[in-house]
Ligand binder design. Structure first.
Ligand code: AIR
Length: 171
């Protein structure tokens, strides 16, 4: 019995006809929604190891605000919430973030761990703790192994982290 499928003349094999598509209708509501996402999406993620670091990271947010760059703030410790840090950093680029600022005190693993989980630029802010004058956090942030870069600012240097993030975005 003859198949009713259309056949390629040269090979005799059955061919599949491409379905005819209706021209796409304009969808203003959907386009508006995308526009809004694009406009409102933060460009910089400021993350920190403890809610107690917030006052020290605030100048980064102020510098970004002055530069007209949207940012978000999240608390996540590389030691206390390693899964949260991993998930956040993995999703960062997809969510539209361009730079991460990571501040932590003591044995500050956060900047390095963030840089291990994203290829976005990471700026580390070592926070001065009660002991060692912040040298512990500075060395933990700055002494990164080759292949996992962290741009580290001064101890408690959050303002420069914000300015640097703005410069990276506007480069
Ligand atoms: N920290 C939190 N998890 C890992 C580290 N290194 C840091 C915080 C904070 C300090 O430890 O970034 O600067 C003390 O945290 P807390 O919550 O006890 O005040």
């Amino acid at each position: 019995m003859e198949s009713s499928e259309p056949k390629d003349r040269s090979s005799g094999k059955a061919t599949t006809k491409a379905p005819t598509r209706e021209p796409l209708e304009p969808m203003p509501e959907v386009e508006d929604a995308f526009e809004e996402i694009e406009v409102d999406a933060p460009r910089v993620g400021i993350i920190m190891g403890s809610k107690n670091d917030k006052p020290k990271l605030q100048p980064a947010g102020e510098a970004l605000h002055d530069a007209g760059i949207r940012y978000e703030v999240r608390v996540m410790s590389a030691h206390r919430d390693p899964e949260k840090v991993r998930e956040y950093c993995h999703a960062a680029r997809m969510r539209g973030l361009k730079v991460l600022i990571a501040g932590a005190g003591m044995s500050a693993a956060l900047p390095g761990v963030a840089a291990a989980h994203t290829d976005l630029p990471v700026i580390g802010v070592p926070i001065m703790g009660k002991a060692l004058g912040g040298l512990d956090a500075l060395l933990s942030s700055v002494q990164m192994p080759p292949g996992v870069p962290v741009a580290c600012v001064a101890i408690d240097g959050a303002k420069n982290a914000g300015i640097l993030a703005a410069r990276i975005i506007n480069a």
